[in-house]
Every structure is written in structure tokens, then in C-alpha cells.
Design a protein around this ligand. Structure first.
Ligand SMILES: *[C@@H]1O[C@H](CO)[C@@H](O)[C@H](O)[C@H]1NC(C)=O
Ligand SMILES: *[C@@H]1O[C@H](CO)[C@@H](O)[C@H](O)[C@H]1NC(C)=O
Ligand SMILES: *[C@@H]1O[C@H](CO)[C@@H](O)[C@H](O)[C@H]1NC(C)=O
Ligand SMILES: *[C@@H]1O[C@H](CO)[C@@H](O)[C@H](O)[C@H]1NC(C)=O
Length: 252
């Protein structure tokens, strides 16, 4: 009885495997065992989907490609039995994107790969900045990278920042590292700043900021001046109006 049951299951499995089509994805560069393709930003990924059916007729099944669930449009002649798509160049938004190839007639028969797009942080060059004495200073470094950077550091004139003594605040949200000084002083804050990152695969990257502190300029007190002018004008107007009444009376 038990054996019969097992034998039935076995036959059922055999039946399915000969009746259903399989779909296989080949890729350049290769897919790893987790279904992930390692690729660097700006490079090219070539994907080829093959339907390896039980019989000749089935091997000609129409295929569709999806990118994150959205249909990719394919040219005629690139649909039946084999279908290739090419991602070139690979962009930031392709990181984590999943490409799925499946049968048009049966979406449960398909195969997927996911892209792992690696890129270095966009940190280079130098920027010249001037900050007025007593004003705020904000320096920002883009540290977004894949894999994430393992460290971020800031220096001023080549030495580590004295966070407390210098009144510096450094924040880091994984996208940007931001250095803030709420009230700039020439002796403490003028100089050459550098933010540096270390990436486990790309090594060091850094950006310079040359900060000049200028004297505080007298702010033109615009609002009190406007208010003052308004009072003067209104008084003059009132004076004319009251004078006009008297003049008008005279002319009656
Ligand atoms: C789609 O394929 C699955 C798996 O091979 C199979 O079980 C199912 O019956 C198929 N559906 C249709 C509508 O052909
Ligand atoms: C990728 O290509 C863009 C545009 O051609 C270029 O600006 C950028 O520097 C390239 N990035 C890398 C990491 O090669
Ligand atoms: C993507 O590649 C990087 C660098 O090889 C690796 O550290 C990271 O774990 C990979 N991520 C995934 C989701 O595979
Ligand atoms: C950094 O170096 C510049 C040029 O040598 C100097 O003018 C400035 O005072 C220095 N900044 C600090 C905070 O020591």
C-alpha cells in the first residue's frame, strides 16, 4: 500500500518533469550560486534566456523578460526559444534590480537573477569656500558606495579635528558626511579641510575644502529702514490731506 503510494508520486513527478518546460538564464559576467551577478557601475551585463523544453515544439515557447516585475520590451525574433537582454551601461538604479525570464503562456515557469552593482563614493577634487566670521559653515561629502565605506574621517590642515575645542559637529547618515560649525572664527576654522573614506574594495577616496574666513560685514538693516520710510511717507500724506481740507475750504 505504502509502496503503491510512493510509486504514484514518482510517476506523477516523472510526468510533470517531461511535460513542463524549464527556463534557464545564462549571463556574462557569471551568476553566482545565490543568483547574484556582481557588476561594476558603467559596465555591461548580457543576459540570455533559454527555454529547454521536453520536446522540440516546446523549446520554441515565447519568452518574456521582466525588470523588477515590469515588462521589458523585446524585438521580434528575440522572443521564441531564446531571448537576450543587455544592460549597458549599468547605472546606480540597477543595484538590487531583479531580471526575470519566464514563459509568456505560464508565468510560473521562470528564472531570476539579481544585480549587485558596486561603485566607489563620488569623492574627489577640491572646493574653495568663504565663510563670514560668526556665520555657520557646512561641509558635505557624498559617501554613498556599494559596498558601504568602512570609515569616514575629517582633518583640518592635516590633523584630526578637535571636535569639542573647535565646536565641530560631524554627522553621517550613510549618504553624506556633514561637518558643521555654528559660529565661524578665523583662528579656529580657517584652513584646508579634507574628508576621507575607506572602502573595503576601492581603498581611499577624499575631497578637499579650502575655507577662508572673512570679516563680518555690517548687515544693511533693511526692514527698520522700510518701516521708517513708511512712517515718514504716511505723516507727509496726513499733513497734505489735512492741509488740503483747509485749502479746499478757502476755495469754496
Ligand atoms: C504552469 O507550469 C506549472 C509548473 O510547471 C504547472 O504546474 C501548471 O500546470 C502550468 N500551468 C498552465 C496553465 O499551463
Ligand atoms: C560612469 O559614466 C559616467 C558617464 O559616462 C561618468 O561620468 C562616471 O564617471 C563613470 N563612473 C565610473 C565609476 O566609471
Ligand atoms: C555586493 O557586492 C559587495 C562587494 O563584493 C559585497 O560586499 C556585498 O555583500 C554584495 N551584496 C549582495 C547583496 O550580494
Ligand atoms: C591652517 O593653515 C593655514 C595656512 O597655513 C593657516 O592660515 C590657518 O590658520 C591654519 N588653521 C588652523 C585652524 O590652524
Amino acid at each position: 500500500m505504502k509502496w503503491m503510494f510512493v510509486s504514484h508520486v514518482f510517476h506523477l513527478l516523472l510526468y510533470c518533469s517531461t511535460q513542463t518546460l524549464g527556463v534557464e538564464i545564462q549571463s556574462e559576467p557569471d551568476v553566482n550560486s545565490e543568483g547574484v551577478i556582481q557588476i561594476e557601475l558603467n559596465q555591461t551585463v548580457n543576459l540570455l534566456c533559454l527555454s529547454n523544453g521536453g520536446s522540440e515544439a516546446q523549446a520554441d515557447e515565447e519568452l518574456v523578460w521582466l525588470r523588477n516585475g515590469a515588462m521589458v520590451s523585446l524585438k521580434e525574433g528575440n522572443k521564441n526559444g531564446r531571448s537576450s537582454v543587455c544592460v549597458t551601461p549599468v547605472i546606480y538604479e540597477d543595484n538590487g534590480a531583479t531580471f526575470t525570464c519566464q514563459l509568456k503562456t505560464n508565468s510560473t515557469v521562470g528564472s531570476s537573477v539579481t544585480l549587485n552593482v558596486t561603485y566607489r563614493p563620488q569623492l574627489s577634487g577640491s572646493e574653495e569656500l568663504t565663510a563670514e566670521e560668526k556665520s555657520a559653515l557646512v561641509l558635505q561629502c557624498n559617501i554613498l558606495a556599494n559596498p558601504p565605506v568602512s570609515s569616514v574621517s575629517w582633518t583640518l590642515n592635516g590633523s584630526a579635528l578637535d571636535l569639542l575645542g573647535g565646536g565641530f559637529t560631524v554627522t553621517n547618515d550613510g549618504y553624506e558626511s556633514q561637518l558643521t560649525v555654528s559660529s565661524v572664527g578665523k583662528s579656529l576654522h580657517e584652513g584646508l579641510y579634507r574628508c576621507s573614506t575607506h572602502s573595503p574594495i576601492y581603498g581611499e577616496a577624499s575631497k578637499f575644502f579650502s575655507v577662508t574666513v572673512t570679516e563680518q560685514t555690517m548687515k544693511f538693516p533693511l526692514i527698520p529702514i522700510i518701516a521708517g520710510l513708511l512712517v515718514v511717507c504716511l505723516t507727509a500724506l496726513l499733513a497734505i490731506v489735512s492741509r488740503w481740507k483747509r485749502i479746499a475750504k478757502c476755495f469754496k
